[in-house]
Design a binder for this molecule. Structure first.
Ligand code: MN
Length: 215
């Protein structure tokens, strides 16, 4: 993996056609969400980074509070959307949770069902725009559920996103209007559990998470 120079982020292509997530997420919503909303986060992230470089060259720090806030907002938006797209696949084809994911969900949340209920409650009760995030926390060495406002607020430092659900209205409003709970309950049909497992194993940096559970 190479470091990404300032101002050179690119919009990752969707890993499926616009209509692949029908009927859970309609093609028009997916197209606007990816091609307009995610694209704008990438563009604004690049602009922000270049503005920070310029500020450094000119040792002009008067815009720093705004630029750092923009960096957190647009950078987190870019990262979370990139995870969200690959977390999903055609309805009913995402399989079952991988053995590492399932073991850690059971160990911490008690059961997969409890985890799913807590995830749905987390997503459903985000105030305004935000995300439910299942992440691997590198300090606690376990999975953690977070309720994220906007893209960057309420984050627990050191948490790597594993499974994320976008509950900004732009993610569901054309089809579900104000029925966020309806969108969340049907969203489970899209979850690509192989991607979740792969992200979990990547976040643990090659450690053996199953062995860690056997105290
Ligand atoms: Mn979004």
């Amino acid at each position: 993996m190479k470091p990404i120079p300032a101002g050179t982020h690119t919009l990752p292509p969707l890993p499926y056609p616009y209509d692949a997530l029908e009927p859970v997420i309609d093609a028009k919503t997916l197209e606007i969400h990816h091609d307009k909303h995610h694209k704008k986060y990438v563009e604004d992230l690049n602009q922000t980074e270049l503005a920070l470089v310029k500020a450094g060259e000119q040792t002009d720090w008067h815009m720093i509070p705004f630029l750092e806030e923009q960096l957190a907002f647009n950078g987190s938006g870019h990262i979370l959307h990139s995870v969200y797209w690959t977390n999903m696949t055609r309805p009913g084809t995402g399989g079952e949770p991988g053995k590492h994911t399932l073991s850690y969900l059971d160990w911490y949340f008690g059961s997969r069902a409890t985890f799913m209920a807590q995830f749905a409650a987390t997503a459903g009760k985000v105030q305004g725009s935000g995300w439910a995030i299942l992440g691997y926390n590198t300090a606690f060495c376990r999975l953690e559920l977070l309720q994220c406002e906007k893209h960057q607020n309420c984050i627990l430092q050191g948490t790597v996103p594993i499974l994320v659900c976008d509950v900004w209205e732009h993610a569901y409003y054309l089809k579900y209007q104000n029925d966020r709970a309806g969108y969340i309950s049907r969203w489970w049909d899209l979850v690509n559990w192989a991607d979740v497992e792969a992200r979990f194993l990547h976040a643990t940096r090659g450690k053996l998470p199953l062995e860690a559970l056997a105290v």
